[in-house]
Design a protein around this ligand. Structure first.
Ligand code: ADP
Length: 568
């Protein structure tokens, strides 16, 4: 009766709703069947005369009350909520009552206390556990008092049971709480990963470049809306093979196997020479960036690729137009500038011969002449630049004598060197005589080095040296004793339109294009440019030519073509 009152009171206190996710362990589906089965076992025990109480009224009343209590759990309005205290108190009282008055205290029913102690700790931590174990101790001694004669041996047995139940409930909670922690961590990590994934998707979708990610077999697993735009499709690309979606062609309209291009990528690669066809007439030029992505954990080993596509059709055609423009303009300007230069020179000469001594006119004419020479230099640089930038342009690879090339270069600058009393010395190692490369490009580069060496020096000599390096490469260097370059300037000499801020540089006219062009030309013949310089002491500019340049090769077309291929 007392027990029934407690249960009813406890239920009245309870709020109405149950939080299914967290409370599952105490909700009706878990506890009620267990409670009902346990109660039925009391009846079975009673039938086999295994209960402590032989009074059928007590046994049936207890079992009946517990079953009614368990069944009320199925009525939502009577269910317990987050406040577990009434629930746990009811269970403790029910089990204590059964253990003291109905079943033998020391017996299989006692094991159910493990569950109660565990639940108390689960919801109310150490406090809950201690209270539950104290209740167990009281129950055991209550049972000892009611059910048997108190003697030393029984006390020891009951204490052993107490230790056993406490230990077992501790182990159970350690295991389950540990698992719960792992699960919580995992859930946290999963939701964070999901959040990152969604953020990444939003980012990818906001990009104007097409992004496709594929697995090792080339199947698409992520793509953005820009990919659909570029590939001109509305269908779902997930799971499709990349080669069936992107049909690439090279400049000569030969089909390119994209899978091969992808598999050649070790880390990151960039291609700008391929296009796809939108229709028979329309080609879309693409910049393709491929990066390899891999994850290797003890559980998974996955690799894949991320492909970024950018429509560069407009950019390419603008570049072509710009190149055409520079090439046409520099070509068209050349003749009038040459004519103007010749006429101004002629006029200067005639004025001098006629002993005309109006200083102002002579100065103006000199200035005009200098500016025309500057214009002519600029036009020359621009036309060389446009030639170098046309990648398709064939290079003429030839075998020639290095000494005569250097002489030709010196001839072009000898006049200026003479004006500044600069002596040009040449040293060529005896083991190099012939070179095989683009004579035109090499001449352009050396001419630039030499004219700079004279331009930026006031005294001393300029030394041109050709020697073989230990790597087999040929180094041709031009050394001057001029103004030199600061450490900061050295990094920028090959930049487009760059000129040093040093006032000694600015005494001379210049475009800042010479070394930039030389660097471009050097790359086309697989050579490398470099420099050593000290401010105020002088500079040495050099070119390292690849091994192939020293090999003696036949002049036949076959060999020429091989060399062309090698030089890219
Ligand atoms: P430009 O000589 O027409 O200005 P370049 O591209 O040939 O253009 O050279 C870029 C800059 O590098 C020059 O303006 C100059 O500041 C520096 N430079 C090049 N060669 C030398 C040199 N031999 N000594 C000192 N400075 C040099």
């Amino acid at each position: 009766m007392f027990f029934a009152i407690i249960i009813v009171m406890a239920k009245k206190e309870a709020p109405l709703l149950l939080d299914k996710s967290e409370e599952s362990i105490l909700d009706a589906r878990t506890t009620s069947p267990l409670v009902i089965i346990s109660s039925l076992l009391i009846l079975v025990s009673f039938y086999f005369d295994l209960t402590y109480s032989k009074n059928s009224a007590i046994v049936f009343a207890t079992v009946g009350t517990i079953i009614v209590f368990a069944l009320t759990n199925y009525i939502p309005k009577l269910q317990f909520t987050k406040n577990h205290i009434p629930y746990l108190i009811s269970y403790h009282f029910a089990l204590a009552f059964v253990l003291i008055f109905v079943m033998p205290t020391v017996g299989y029913f006692l094991v159910l206390w493990i569950l109660l102690a565990y639940l108390s700790e689960y919801y109310y931590q150490l406090k809950g556990l201690v209270i539950s174990l104290m209740a167990l101790l009281i129950t055991l001694f209550g049972g000892l008092y009611v059910q048997s004669n108190i003697n030393q041996q029984n006390i020891i047995i009951y204490l052993q049971w107490f230790i056993l139940i406490s230990g077992a409930s501790l182990i159970l909670s350690r295991i389950i709480l540990g698992t719960k922690e792992v699960r919580t961590n995992l859930a946290e990590k999963t939701s964070r990963a999901e959040y990152e994934h969604q953020r990444l998707l939003a980012l990818i979708n906001s990009m104007t470049e097409a992004v496709l990610s594929i697995n090792e077999d080339g199947e698409v697993n992520t793509y953005n809306s820009a990919a659909l735009d570029i590939l001109n499709t509305h269908s779902d690309l997930n799971g499709k093979k990349i080669q069936s979606i992107i049909e690439l062609f090279d400049k000569e309209n030969n089909p390119i196997d994209i899978i091969q291009v992808i598999h050649e990528t070790k880390y990151i690669s960039k291609k700008t020479d391929y296009h796809i066809k939108r229709s028979d007439k329309e080609n879309i030029m693409l910049e393709i960036n491929i990066s390899k992505a891999g994850s290797s954990t003890p559980i998974t080993h996955e690799t894949g690729y991320t492909i970024l596509l950018r429509d560069i059709t407009k950019q390419k055609s603008l570049e072509e137009e710009r190149e055409d423009f520079i090439s046409v303009v520099s070509h068209e300007l050349r003749t009038p500038i040459t004519v103007a230069e010749a006429n101004v020179s002629m006029a200067q000469l005639m004025y001098k011969r006629a002993h005309f001594n109006d200083k102002n006119t002579m100065d103006s004419m000199e200035k005009a002449h200098q500016k025309i020479l500057f214009l002519s230099e600029m036009v020359n640089d621009l036309s060389t630049l446009s030639r170098a930038e046309r990648e398709n342009k064939e290079m003429d690879i030839e075998t020639f004598d290095i000494g005569s090339l250097i002489s030709e270069v010196i001839d072009l600058s000898s006049e200026k060197a003479k004006q500044k009393s600069i002596i040009i010395k040449t040293t060529i190692e005896s083991n190099i005589s012939k070179l095989t490369t683009s004579k035109l490009y090499l001449k352009e580069i050396l001419q630039n080095f030499l004219s700079n060496a004279i331009k930026y020096s006031d005294k001393g000599s300029v030394d041109i040296t050709a020697q073989k390096q230990s790597s087999g490469k040929i180094r041709i260097s031009v050394k001057d004793h001029g103004i030199g370059l600061s450490e900061g300037d050295k990094d920028r000499v090959f930049d487009k339109f760059w000129r040093s801020e040093n006032p000694l540089t600015r005494v001379n006219e210049g475009t800042g294009l010479g070394l930039y062009i030389s660097n471009k030309l050097a790359r086309r013949i697989n050579a490398e440019l470099g420099l050593d310089s000290r401010l105020g002491e002088g500079s040495t500019f050099y070119i390292d030519l690849p091994v192939l340049a020293t090999q003696k090769i036949d002049q036949s077309n076959v060999v020429k073509n091989e060399a062309r291929n090698l030089l890219g």
